[in-house]
Design a protein around this ligand. Structure first.
Ligand code: NAD
Length: 377
């Protein structure tokens, strides 16, 4: 039974509000609301076991700040938050149902005074779990939209934009995706759809996945694509590398072998650490920051579920926003002599906190007039 007396508010400087609650006996949950200056916070709920409670809190804080950045770069009227349920994610049956019901009551309690935090499915939680939590709170999004095709659409838009933007430097002025080679790592929910978009656009598609059945399915559906063995990924010469499997694929073991011109994919935290951004740039490779490239999923929740916009407008909005934010990132990088993984953070800070309101109506070109690059048509 949810007991408000078991909720404590933690004092975390620079976070809007952070709460801890023992939602059922022995199961603690944290809700971290990082920033709501752009609107109510949205960020999913993770279920996991941690070495200790303080690491669970750290995870919630880190991820909630990440959501502020992601929602801001996606140009959504949303702030950043995240929640964590500290328990074995394999918990099932009535015990799982009970935990999620109590979690739902906790989220409702967090929003009692102010509409400030919305949750969604995340690592080790499912849409079905969120429907259980929804019995006690309306503060849940993402139960009626599958975000993956829109994430793929955002990555596809990013690849096209980067090819276009750097056409003079990298492709002898050829600005179109047609004929460019793109290696997709991971043929899951995002990668398989990305494969379709690239194939239909006339790109030369190469794919790799640890699941042989996924590779076989792609080869059958899209005749002519190349299958690359998993351990040969970094021996491939492709124009674009689209990591859509897991994080930290750009790391100290792989960095020297990279022979791509552009990296743009859906995986979160593609760089092992922020220094990798500078190393990638030094090799002359354009890195499209992960949280710009994969914004399409969160955008689809805002546009389709919250605003009930049409499919077509949703896709147009995603493409426009990915292009705009990549453009801002590239120009911020050039102006401030920063690798793009750092430039994007600078852009977000300006969007969320650093710019006075009168800048809101300015265009990208007004904000970043000194660009040495060619603007895509
Ligand atoms: P998924 O689990 O459906 O697909 C991942 C695929 O990668 C699987 O087919 C898996 O077999 C493959 N894979 C795993 N390790 C591999 C390896 N070493 N080499 C090659 N293939 C490997 O995941 P997804 O939903 O398609 O998401 C892909 C990535 O994008 C994840 O990192 C995810 O966190 C991120 N992401 C996804 C979304 C979304 O809307 N689904 C949104 C934002 C970010």
């Amino acid at each position: 039974m949810f007991d408000p007396a078991k909720v404590s508010r933690l004092n975390v400087p620079r976070w809007e509000a952070v709460y801890r609650c023992e939602i059922t006996e022995g199961v603690v949950s944290f809700v971290a609301v990082h920033d709501i200056s752009r609107g109510r916070a949205l960020g999913g709920c993770r279920m996991a076991l941690y070495v200790n409670e303080s690491l669970a809190l750290t995870d919630a804080l880190r991820l909630s700040r990440g959501m502020t950045f992601k929602n801001a770069i996606a140009d959504l009227p949303l702030g950043g938050g995240k929640s964590v349920i500290v328990c074995d994610p394999k918990v099932s049956g009535t015990e799982r149902e009970h935990i999620l019901e109590e979690f739902g009551k906790f989220v409702a309690w967090v929003n009692l005074e102010q509409d400030r935090y919305y949750t969604a499915e995340d690592m080790n939680t499912t849409v079905a779990d969120m429907h259980v939590a929804k019995r006690h709170t309306q503060h849940i999004f993402g139960t009626s939209v599958d975000p993956s095709p829109y994430t793929a659409w955002g990555v596809f838009s990013g690849i096209k934009y980067a090819v276009d933007y750097f056409a003079m430097d990298l492709f002898e002025g050829h600005r179109d995706i047609e004929g460019k080679s793109v290696l997709i790592q991971g043929l899951g929910k995002v990668g398989m759809t990305l494969c379709q978009y690239l194939y239909e656009a006339g790109a030369k598609v190469l794919v790799t996945d640890v699941r042989e059945d996924a590779c076989a399915a792609a080869a059958e559906t899209y005749p002519g694509i190349d299958i690359v063995p998993v351990d040969q990924v970094f021996n491939v010469d492709a124009d674009v590398f689209a990591p859509c499997a897991r994080g930290e694929v750009i790391n100290r073991h792989t960095i020297d072998d990279l022979r791509f011109k552009i990296i743009c994919g859906a995986a979160n935290n593609q760089l092992q650490n922020s220094k990798m951004g500078a190393k990638v740039q030094k090799k002359g490779i354009v890195y499209c920051p992960d949280y710009v490239a994969n914004m399409g999923g969160v955008c689809s929740i805002q546009y389709l579920e919250i605003e009930q916009l049409s499919e077509q407008i949703t896709r147009e909005n995603i493409e426009r926003t990915v292009r705009k934010m990549l453009g801002l990132t590239f120009r911020a990088g050039f102006r401030n002599n920063l690798p793009f993984n750092k430039a994007v953070d600078l852009v977000v800070k300006q969007i969320v906190w650093g710019k006075p309101k009168e800048d809101a109506g300015l265009s990208n070109a007004d904000l970043f007039p000194l660009t040495h690059t060619v603007e895509p048509t």
